[in-house]
Design a protein around this ligand. Structure first.
Ligand code: HMG
Ligand code: MG
Length: 329
């Protein structure tokens, strides 16, 4: 039978907010995560254990993780909360909080048991982030790709050792702000293979600049397939800078990808990708998937309300065309 389920990874609270210059109050971030958790979304990227000198907006990620562990978020589905960690220091900071609340979350082996009764507790995921080009790696991580992979090996081992799920991003897979349009898909396949061999559970392919087009998305996915990478190990992370995100989403869906990252209200950008606008809006992806008969499990009206609320809260225009249409705004 045709499996029409699509998983949406909501990255608004991290990717969506990390680039905001003005410090967003902790209470607003927690409110955002709590609202999102009630919409049927099953995975929310909630923060980043990165250097506060590099990305000051993510500085209160410890408090966010702590809040999630200490409160019932009243989510209708089993939740996974994801946090970025670029190095062992980031993982250790996350683990120190988990160690204080050992009974407050499900480990990966508890979560993957098919017949287990839902505990109502969240699962945690650690996300590392590589780049497909040397220039972007230097800007984002202050090291070359090979060094970043060595660090990620340590992070992945540590996270798997703590029985946590691991996601691994590869940024600028369809265009780089410093090296241009011609990012080598074979290089992406090579890095993805390395990260999967290290134990990553999922690779998220980031079109950081939004330069990706339908033919190049297809070329990249065909290249990964030839390299033996399975569709179920891939997520697509589109940014809508050039308005191509849903076209590229259609190509990836047709190819067999079933996990897509998006951000409520189209929030976002990347501090090291000049001019990059937000991630594709969650509202747009949900509407698009529904129109194709795919099942996201996400309540479109509810996420539309959240998109309108959070963009107003941080003084930004609502970038979701679907969200605005749904609300008649
Ligand atoms: P560095 O300066 O080379 O690090 O930065 P270092 O190891 O030399 O340490 C420098 C200082 O940072 C030290 O503090 C460390 O303790 C501290 P000091 O002694 O000077 O007081 N430090 C940390 N503090 C907290 N947490 C840590 C940590 N590590 C070191 N984990 C580093 C290297 C990787 C740390 C830095 O470059 C960094 O934090 N980069 C993160 C950048 C980032 O978050 N980018 C955005 C996420 S990626 C993205 O958005 C793309 C994505 O959405 C996909 C897509 O769209 O394509 C995922
Ligand atoms: Mg991004």
């Amino acid at each position: 039978s045709f499996d029409n389920r699509v998983k949406i990874v909501e990255v608004g609270p991290r990717d969506g907010l990390q680039n905001e210059k003005k410090a967003i109050p902790l209470a607003t971030k927690i409110d955002l995560i709590q609202r999102l958790a009630k919409t049927g979304l099953s995975t929310i990227e909630a923060g980043a254990f990165v250097s506060p000198k590099w990305v000051p907006q993510m500085d209160n990620s410890s408090e966010i993780l702590e809040y999630i562990l200490e409160h019932d978020m009243a989510a209708p589905v089993p939740m996974t909360y994801s946090f970025l960690a670029p190095n062992i220091k980031g993982l250790n900071n996350a683990n120190a909080i988990l160690a204080k609340h050992p009974a407050a979350f499900e480990t990966e082996s508890m979560r993957s048991k098919q017949d287990a009764t839902p505990s109502g507790k969240p699962a945690l995921e650690i996300a590392v982030f590589a780049a497909a080009t040397e220039a972007f790696s230097q800007k984002n991580l202050n090291c070359d790709i090979a060094t970043s992979l060595q660090r990620f090996q340590e992070v992945i081992q540590g996270a798997k050792g703590a029985n946590l799920r691991v996601r691994a991003y590869i940024s600028v897979v369809l265009g780089c702000p410093f090296e241009g349009y011609e990012v080598n898909p074979h290089k992406v396949a090579e890095i993805a293979t390395d990260l999967l061999e290290m134990g990553a559970d999922e690779i998220s392919l980031g079109d950081t600049t939004g330069m990706g087009t339908a033919p190049r998305t297809k070329e990249l996915l065909n290249c990964l397939k030839s390299a033996g990478i399975r569709n179920e190990d891939i997520a697509m992370h589109f940014h809508d800078t050039y308005g191509q995100a849903l076209v590229n989403t259609a190509v990836a869906l047709e190819h067999g990808i079933r996990t897509f990252d998006s951000s409520v209200g189209g929030l976002g950008g990347c501090p090291y990708s000049p001019g990059a606008t937000g991630n594709v809006a969650t509202e747009n992806v949900v509407y698009f998937m529904e129109s194709l008969g795919m099942d996201t499990g996400v309540d479109l009206d509810a996420v539309s309300d959240i998109g309108q609320w959070i963009t107003h809260e941080i003084g930004k225009p609502n970038e979701s065309s679907v969200g605005k249409a749904v609300l008649g705004a």
